[in-house]
Design a protein around this ligand. Structure first.
Ligand code: C2E
Ligand code: CA
Ligand code: CA
Ligand code: CA
Length: 279
């Protein structure tokens, strides 16, 4: 093994070094990004199928790196989570999204709701409730217009602590939504244990609604189950008209996806809100 190892080992070492240098560089620029105001919040509309109205928006962070350009949250959120930087970043997203939504409400879209993604560390922070109450007080947004999106994996670590946190948030009047539903574990028992208000059907099911009978049936079952449990159900990643047709037929509450709109900067979202108002 040693014999043939030489070059290969060399290769892997320099490769790994390059990787960790990248990682380090990314980490330190991530650290500075907040101060330098390189982050932005984009918004993607959530459309109510019954009325065609934009009833909510999902806040999605964007990072415009000065040299590297736009970096996807799928790349830097895990790094932020690992390093703990997600705490100040997540708080900034919450503040920004709540303030923006309050401004839209004041402009006349008085029942617009905002959904904000919460990472595992954020969900598990000791003073989550207090920190959110402070943000709501400072921005003037009423709690019923804030929805927090968490994934099932956030709940698996410490169930009883998670139930406590969720109950606390519920008492504050904040809605909890379960993101990427159907992709994690023990989804069904969780529905019984945890106080959610909304299920978001993962894009992997929606994408294959018209080509894969199992995806179609699972989607149908999730919608029916949500209705029985009095949960609001949102389909994510809707890209085709046939998908909307199917979701309408089965009384899915809301849809979100590129077919209607990609995540856009606040100015663009505001234009869409005004357009909708005239209809
Ligand atoms: P997510 O919460 O599941 O968000 C949905 C992702 O799907 C977004 O990607 C959105 O742009 C994308 N999407 C929406 N409609 C469609 C569609 O029709 N087709 C396709 N192919 N994609 C669609 P994005 O913005 O790149 O975010 C990726 C992930 O990064 C999010 O997945 C979420 O897990 C995380 N993330 C984004 N912003 C935040 C944040 O502020 N805080 C935290 N903790 N995580 C965030
Ligand atoms: Ca989400
Ligand atoms: Ca999702
Ligand atoms: Ca996801």
């Amino acid at each position: 093994a040693k014999k043939q190892g030489g070059n290969t080992y060399q290769f892997y070492t320099s490769d790994m070094q390059a990787d960790s240098v990248d990682q380090l560089a990314l980490e330190s620029s991530l650290r500075r990004a907040l101060e330098r105001e390189e982050f932005q919040v984009y918004y993607q509309p959530q459309v109510e199928l019954k009325t065609g109205n934009i009833v909510g928006v999902e806040a999605l962070i964007r990072w415009q790196h000065p040299e590297l350009g736009l970096i996807s949250p799928a790349t830097f959120i895990p790094l932020a989570e690992e390093t703990g930087l997600i705490m100040p970043i997540g708080e900034w997203v919450l503040k920004t999204a709540c303030a923006q939504t309050k401004a839209w409400q004041t402009a006349g879209f008085s029942s617009l709701r905002v959904a904000v993604n919460l990472s595992c560390r954020q969900f598990n922070q000791a003073n989550l409730g207090e920190s959110i109450v402070e943000i709501l007080n400072n921005t003037g947004l009423a709690p019923q217009f804030l929805e927090l999106e968490i994934t099932e994996s956030v709940l698996t670590q410490n169930e009883s602590a998670a139930i406590k946190t969720l109950n606390k948030l519920k008492l504050l009047g904040i809605e909890i939504s379960i993101d990427d539903f159907g992709t994690g574990y023990s989804s069904l028992s969780y529905l019984k244990k945890f106080p959610f208000s909304t299920l978001k059907i993962d894009r992997s099911f929606i994408r294959n609604i018209n080509t894969d009978a199992r995806c179609k049936n699972i989607t149908m079952a999730i919608i029916q189950m949500s209705q029985k449990l009095n949960l609001k159900v949102i389909a994510e990643g809707v890209e085709a008209a046939e998908e909307v047709f199917f979701l309408c037929q089965h009384n899915c509450d809301e849809v979100q996806g590129y077919l209607f709109c990609r995540p856009v900067p606040p100015e663009e979202l505001e234009k869409l809100l005004w357009k909708g108002k005239r209809l």
